[in-house]
Design a protein around this ligand. Sequence first.
Ligand code: EPU
Length: 342
Amino acid sequence: MLSLNIQENIDLRHFNTFGIHAKARFFITVRSLEELRILLQEPQWQALPRFILGGGSNILFTRDYEGLVIKNEIMGITRFHEDDNYVCLKVGAGENWHEFVLYCVAQGYGGIENLSLIPGTVGAAPIQNIGAYGAEIKDVFQELEAVGIADGVIQQFDNQKCEFGYRNSIFKSSHKNQFIIGNVTLRLSKNPIFNTSYGAIQTVLQDMKIKELTLKSVSDAVMHIRRSKLPDPKMIGNAGSFFKNPIILENQFIELQKKYPHIPHFSEGSPDLIKVPAGWLIEQCGWKGKRLGEVGVYDKQALVIVNYGSGTGADIQELARQIQASVFERFAVRLIPEVVMV
Ligand code: EPU
């Protein structure tokens, strides 16, 4: 019989990359789907709000959490179904995403090298369909297993069932806070087609004098770009992009472009929708590198909010609110946070 080791009044500072102090009334680390199932079916815990913590890299704690925080540490990589072209890997949700990417690069399994150095865990990756440099997890995603929080029942979700979108999935929309992901299965290629179309990758590969494209060289180039633009949470608290890049109607974009001919933009699947970089909008409003007490806007990428040390969740919320207000005032575009507020 598994016994549950539930701790009380735990400071979450080391469990969120913003480095925010907030207390969890109850806290437990789970290491298997079975342990999760037992926990979720225990009547004592069913009445309490529960929050699932992965790497804590996309979360802003705005207050103490008066419920049970469940730290997902389900580990392990299992290889199954392999042929000359593909391999399927079932990966524990608690595995660190970037270490898993490095493992795949070393094994010669392609498809996620562009997603190198994204903080967080494997289990969190499908929730917001992580993406960078022209790739998204949905491109290699096969299925996941998750436990229903209300009933402890394990369910499978294939690619279609996850309803992936830009930084979105069913686990952020209609099924929000209803499931805990236990493992994720990805289908990776042994004959990868490299995706280096994202501008900076080509330039960096040239600068690094890399002639032959390999999984390692692409991964190295991505790491180089990320390190030059994004702060390392070990050095300075942050959660990557704070806002999503807004997607606006073509009509509104044309009006904006008349006023700001150099506004960067990307097509977004449908011809009447245009994605505009939030970082550009924020920079235009003069926020880049600005500090508001203990928190501020990163000086190399305006989409990132940083905590210089003792900032609180409320400080960051206030800064975010001011940024949203000035972007709206100037461009009539609403910025929506990518980071999840708790
Ligand atoms: N830009 C500025 N000023 C800034 C930042 C950006 O003008 O301070 C403009 C530049 O014109 C640049 C364009 O915005 O060409 C795009 O910037 P960048 O390539 O840095 O990417 P992003 O759109 O700001 C997105 C993701 C990142 C991901 C990068 C690379 C979102 C919300 N963010 O950022 O993801 O690493 O593309 O693919 O989609 C994350 O989600 O935490 C994250 C870091």
